[in-house]
Every structure is written in structure tokens, then in C-alpha cells.
Design a protein around this ligand. Structure first.
Ligand SMILES: [Zn+2]
Length: 110
């Protein structure tokens, strides 16, 4: 039987260290000022739900969250509406996929 609390693979997923978090958050701020990000926001489409939003409703989201070891690179940053961003929190895409299969994230789909 599994013993989640003592499984070393689970313990491995402890939050990223503070230096990493601070550095990547600073990079995220820089990325937000970039022309590239303005173009992303300008499209107005949420990466997760695919709906269109006003710029003010859109946020920068890290696909792999900084606290989980993700970095502020163009490959790891997407446009997300506030709704999707707040649903996502610290989960990775794989975990989100599993959750959506389990209908935990079942929300209005318009
Ligand atoms: Zn969305």
C-alpha cells in the first residue's frame, strides 16, 4: 500500500528555494514590460478557457509555477483570465488535467 507522507518522491516536490522564487518573480516583472507580452495580452485570449477578455481581466500565468521550480520564460508563461488563474493556483498542467477529468474544475463552459 502507498504511504504518501513518507514517500521520498512526494517530499521531493517541496517548494522551490527563495532565491529561485525571487529571481523568477523579478524576471516575470520584466517580461510583463516587454513588447512580446503586450502582443500576448493584445490577443485577449485566455490560454486555458479560450475565451476573449479585456486586457484588464488578463494576468500572466506560469504554466509550471515559480514555487514549483518553473521559470519566467516565454515558454513557461501564458495569458490567463483571472478566473482560470485563481482556479489553477500551484498545480502543474498534469495535475490540472487529472483534476478536470475528475470534474473538480467543472465550471461554467458557456
Ligand atoms: Zn480563462
Amino acid at each position: 500500500m502507498h504511504e504518501p507522507l513518507t514517500d521520498p518522491q512526494i517530499l521531493y516536490f517541496s517548494p522551490a528555494d527563495e532565491t529561485h522564487v525571487r529571481r523568477e518573480k523579478a524576471r516575470a516583472r520584466e517580461l510583463r514590460q516587454s513588447q512580446w507580452w503586450r502582443n500576448q495580452i493584445g490577443r485577449g485570449v485566455c490560454h486555458y478557457c479560450g475565451n476573449k477578455f479585456e486586457k484588464a481581466q488578463l494576468t500572466m500565468d506560469h504554466v509550471v509555477p515559480i514555487v514549483r521550480g518553473g521559470r519566467s520564460t516565454k515558454a513557461n508563461v501564458v495569458v490567463a483570465c483571472k478566473e482560470c488563474n485563481s482556479h489553477k493556483k500551484y498545480w502543474t498542467p498534469v495535475e490540472l488535467e487529472l483534476m478536470s477529468r475528475n470534474s473538480v474544475l467543472e465550471t461554467e463552459k458557456n
